[in-house]
Design a protein around this ligand. Structure first.
Ligand code: ATP
Ligand code: MG
Length: 240
């Protein structure tokens, strides 16, 4: 189903050429996890929920794969958090931006049907990306473009499937960066404040549940390297 969603999204002009390669990298790591959410990932989801709920200002940054696979559920997360969704893509073209913004607007309607209890908040989620008026410092090219009322001013940011360069630049800005990445060895996974090493469509519903229940509290001593080590141990166990 995920592959079909991605090939449909590619046909609709939502994805960069490299998007399916990135998905394949993710699938390979997911086999090593036994295609299940491990305990370490569960803890990282809880930590992410706590950070997002307690942030003064947060934002959910999405790329093409993210919109194709989990846009609807992430709009529901943004509704609970009362925060914007910002389309921020590595290879920015006007056509791709338009395809993604229009997909998100359809997903907003889908989200209203799926989560009627959040309908009002879902209707209010700002969807940013069309008119960036700021730049992420220390990044070259159009991939640095962002919104001043979105990524630029947020204290905490959830970025599923982020690229290593941009993750480093966001951390250098002093933000709390929570990422979802199946590869525990990627630069993104190693640089982020909190790394959820889990499959996007499997962990976002769990995150939404944590956000709704608002019963999670931030672990001041969160050790992301230790969490990554735990995930790597799970992956190595599969090879025994
Ligand atoms: P980095 O730039 O962080 O060093 P990279 O260049 O290998 O890593 P990117 O293409 O920048 O990777 O980001 C895509 C990441 O998303 C990959 O690490 C891949 O494993 C991961 N990924 C792909 N699909 C999914 C998915 N469905 N769920 C979770 N992670 C995924
Ligand atoms: Mg990269």
């Amino acid at each position: 189903m995920a592959r079909k969603r991605l090939t449909d999204a590619a046909a609709a002009g939502m994805l960069a050429d490299s998007a399916l390669i990135a998905h394949g990298r993710g699938e390979a790591f997911d086999y090593l996890l036994g295609e299940a959410t491990c305990d370490a990932a569960r803890n990282a989801i809880r930590e992410t929920a706590a950070i997002l709920l307690s942030a003064e200002k947060c934002v959910i940054s999405v790329n093409g794969n993210t919109v194709a696979l989990a846009g609807t559920q992430l709009i529901a997360c943004a509704a609970v958090l009362n925060c914007p969704i910002e389309v921020n893509i590595y290879y920015r073209t006007p056509e791709r931006m338009e395809a993604l913004l229009s997909a998100l607007n359809n997903q907003r309607l889908e989200a209203t049907e799926l989560y009627p209890e959040l309908a009002t908040e879902i209707g209010l989620v700002p969807i940013l990306g069309a008119n960036p008026d700021g730049r992420i410092p220390n990044l070259e090219g159009p991939r640095a473009n962002c919104h001043s009322d979105g990524i630029l001013s947020a204290n905490a940011i959830l970025v599923p499937l982020e690229d290593g360069d941009r993750c480093e630049a966001l951390i250098a800005m002093g933000k709390n960066v929570c990422v979802i990445d199946l590869n525990p060895l990627s630069r993104t996974a190693r640089t982020a404040s909190v790394t959820i090493v889990d499959e996007l469509t499997r962990c976002v519903p769990i995150l939404l549940d944590d956000l709704k229940h608002d019963s999670v509290s931030q672990d001041v001593g969160w050790d992301n390297d230790l969490n990554l080590q735990e995930v790597i141990s799970v992956m190595l166990r599969v090879l025994d």
